[in-house]
Design a protein around this ligand. Structure first.
Ligand code: 13P
Length: 274
């Protein structure tokens, strides 16, 4: 199994905050401003660590305008997108609209979308492709539920989701991919997978990307862990060689806590894989 040490990694760590269905546009503006202050007080270096926020759709344009107007060292992304570019799809959001808003990323296949909205692997693959059509980097979320973890088939289950999600991607597209391993049993529960669990799965994902594409793709794609990440456990998780960042839910709604997570990054520098 291939692993990459911190010092030789070509990957820029990504600390991502998924606000889920929290923060209207007024609250979101406040949160973003206090996060920017927190990052600056903690001497966050955007050349070394990228920090992204994923606000709800109605908050996104306010957040993006603040980032742009105030020259903040943050990027934003959408929480979901349509597999289609335009048309009669009431309630859906096109990747081209997200791109126009300045989104760099979009979450695809968060477990809450897979379970609550019954999103299938086929739909999620179409969403991944839609993101690439408009130069948005998909953050493909994968991960097993508790029963699968207890049955010991979590790696197989997660790799099946990965393969379905990335099907048809070209070797030009694939290196930009971000995959977030989020074990469902650790989301919002306070149960955090151990750093070794995060490493086991991220190493398996990276090895699979080598098989699906090639070693260069595997070395450049960024792999995140998500599930009850807090300031007091982030450093240990980020210290694992195949973990390139974290996707944070609840703790991203507290600007001081999230700034501490962003500054708990692993020691390395690199250009973003964009
Ligand atoms: P929590 O950090 O609240 O467990 O949420 C994780 C998550 O779902 C991020 O997408």
């Amino acid at each position: 199994m291939t692993t990459y040490t911190n010092s030789s990694s070509p990957r820029k760590p990504l600390i991502a905050g998924n606000w889920k269905m929290n923060m209207d546009h007024v609250q979101g503006a406040d949160l973003l401003q206090s996060l920017a202050e927190g990052l600056s007080e903690a001497n966050h270096d955007p050349q070394r660590v990228e920090v992204a926020v994923f606000p709800p759709l109605t908050t996104l344009s306010t957040v993006q305008a603040l980032i742009q107007d105030d020259g903040l060292d943050l990027v934003c992304g959408g929480q979901d997108l349509s597999p289609y570019d335009s048309g009669a799809y009431t309630g859906d959001t096109s990747a081209q609209f997200l791109a126009k808003l300045g989104c760099r990323y979009v979450l695809v296949g968060h477990s809450e979308r897979r379970t609550i909205h019954n999103e299938t692997d086929d739909v999620l693959n179409a969403k991944v492709r839609a993101a690439y059509r408009h130069s948005i980097v998909p953050v493909l979320c994968v991960g097993e539920g508790l029963e699968i973890r207890q049955a010991g088939t979590h790696v197989e289950h997660t790799l099946t989701q990965l393969r379905a999600g990335v099907e048809g991607l070209t070797e030009e597209q694939a290196p930009r991919l971000v995959v977030a391993y989020e074990p469902v049993w650790a989301i919002g529960t306070g149960e955090v997978a151990g750093p070794q669990d995060a490493q086991e799965m991220c190493a398996a994902i990276r090895a699979d990307l080598t098989e699906l594409f090639d070693a260069d793709v595997a070395a450049r794609a960024r792999l995140l862990y998500g599930g009850s990440v807090k300031a007091n456990n982030a450093a240990a998780i980020l210290n694992e060689p195949d973990v390139d960042g974290v996707l944070v839910g609840g703790a991203s709604l507290d600007s001081a806590e999230f700034a501490r997570i962003a500054c708990a990054e692993k020691p390395q520098t690199a250009a973003p894989a964009l």
